[in-house]
Design a protein around this ligand. Structure first.
Ligand code: NAD
Ligand code: UDP
Length: 313
């Protein structure tokens, strides 16, 4: 198949490129590097079935090929420090970027796949979160540029499906980690791992009792492959349901790194969700999918992938 991936130089996008190339497909990656890394493109540039287009997909997707089977829209800053640094760009890539992807899919009779997020549930009042929960989002707070962009992206994807017949998929990704995350992306796992590698205290925001459920990237990629193989248009949660407080996460990092960990407490950012855990009953039913990688195992893989001489520079 010919598969176009927006956000190909990002963390998740680069794992998708790798998997599709391994499976024998041709991949067109598109990225403007607002939060991605050139080294993630360099990994595939010499591959005969990989082509890269440097472009801001909010302005348009400059694909001139004749055929296309899938458009996967993964472009968007995803870490809170990144999307809060670029709130307008984040809204645009969720809005215009999604529409450009849908139009491209429509033009080529290709299928369209949207990367949405657990952030559509906001600071949830229903726990764990099933897809049927409509969420509790502050529409104009610091996180709104991301949350509302993704809510709009889901809405326009369903509109193109219902009104124009585009064959669409939507996933809601819960906190995912693994090799190729940017060392400075500011998300909790990258912060903790790099702080621990540098022998610095781990920064706990608030009292550390807030929870998240962490999914290893290989499990996410497998879930995406399976959803591409079935016909299902409503949103599907993909995440690991094992829930940790940030204090528990710090303890697991200490265990994986085999040294004692000091903590430094910092203020809790505004609108930080207090708890998050996916209900994955739907994915299990329709995809026969469940995460396979434990937090400890995934963290071990992540730590061993980091070149510490680069990480500390
Ligand atoms: P990332 O920041 O590593 O990757 C996103 C990529 O999109 C980057 O390479 C960035 O440069 C590119 N991009 C952003 N705006 C663009 C634009 N206008 N034009 C072209 N390229 C653009 O983030 P990630 O963790 O890989 O996330 C990938 C997708 O998955 C995002 O849509 C994100 O919202 C979603 N998601 C990720 C997580 C997670 O935990 N990693 C959780 C929920 C949802
Ligand atoms: N967090 C933390 N220390 C850090 C970075 C983040 O305690 O150095 C907390 C953050 O306040 C949030 C959780 O960890 O409660 C997850 O944050 P992340 O930015 O990874 O993703 P989010 O799920 O909030 O989008």
């Amino acid at each position: 198949m010919n598969i176009l991936i927006t956000g190909s130089a990002g963390f998740v996008g680069s794992h998708l490129v790798e998997r599709f190339l391994q499976d024998g497909h041709s991949v067109i990656g598109v990225d403007n590097y607002i939060s991605g890394q050139r080294q993630n493109t360099a990994l595939f540039l010499t591959h005969p079935r990989f082509q890269f287009l440097e472009a801001d997909v909010s302005q348009g997707i400059p694909y001139t090929g004749e055929t296309l089977d899938w458009v996967l829209h993964f472009a968007s800053p995803a870490s809170p420090p990144h999307y809060q640094e670029f709130p307008v760009e984040t809204l645009m890539v969720g809005a215009q970027g999604t529409q450009h992807g849908l139009e491209l899919a429509l033009k080529h009779s290709a299928k369209f796949f949207l990367a949405s997020t657990s952030e559509v549930y906001g600071d949830p009042h229903v726990h764990p979160q099933p897809e049927s929960y409509w969420g509790h989002v502050n529409p104009n707070g610091l996180r709104s540029c991301y949350d509302e962009a993704k809510r709009y992206a889901e809405a326009i994807t369903m509109a193109y499906h219902r009104a124009k017949g585009v064959d669409t998929r939507i996933i809601r990704i819960f906190n995912t980690y693994g090799p190729r995350m940017r060392a400075d992306d500011g998300r909790v796992i990258t912060n903790f791992v790099h702080q621990a590698l540098r022998g610095e205290p781990l920064t706990i925001y608030g009292d550390g009792q807030q929870t998240r459920s962490f999914q290893y990237v290989d499990d996410l990629i497998e879930g995406i492959m399976r959803l591409m193989g079935v016909t299902y248009h409503e949103p599907v949660n993909l995440g690991n349901p094992t829930e940790f407080t940030m204090l528990e996460l710090a303890a697991v990092i200490g265990k994986v790194m085999e040294h004692s960990i000091e903590l430094e407490y910092k203020p809790l950012p505004s609108d930080d969700p207090k708890q998050r855990q996916p209900d994955i009953g739907l994915a299990t039913n329709i995809l026969d999918w469940k995460p396979q990688v434990s937090l400890q195992e995934g963290l071990q893989n992540l730590v061993s992938s980091i070149d510490y001489s680069l990480a500390s520079s």
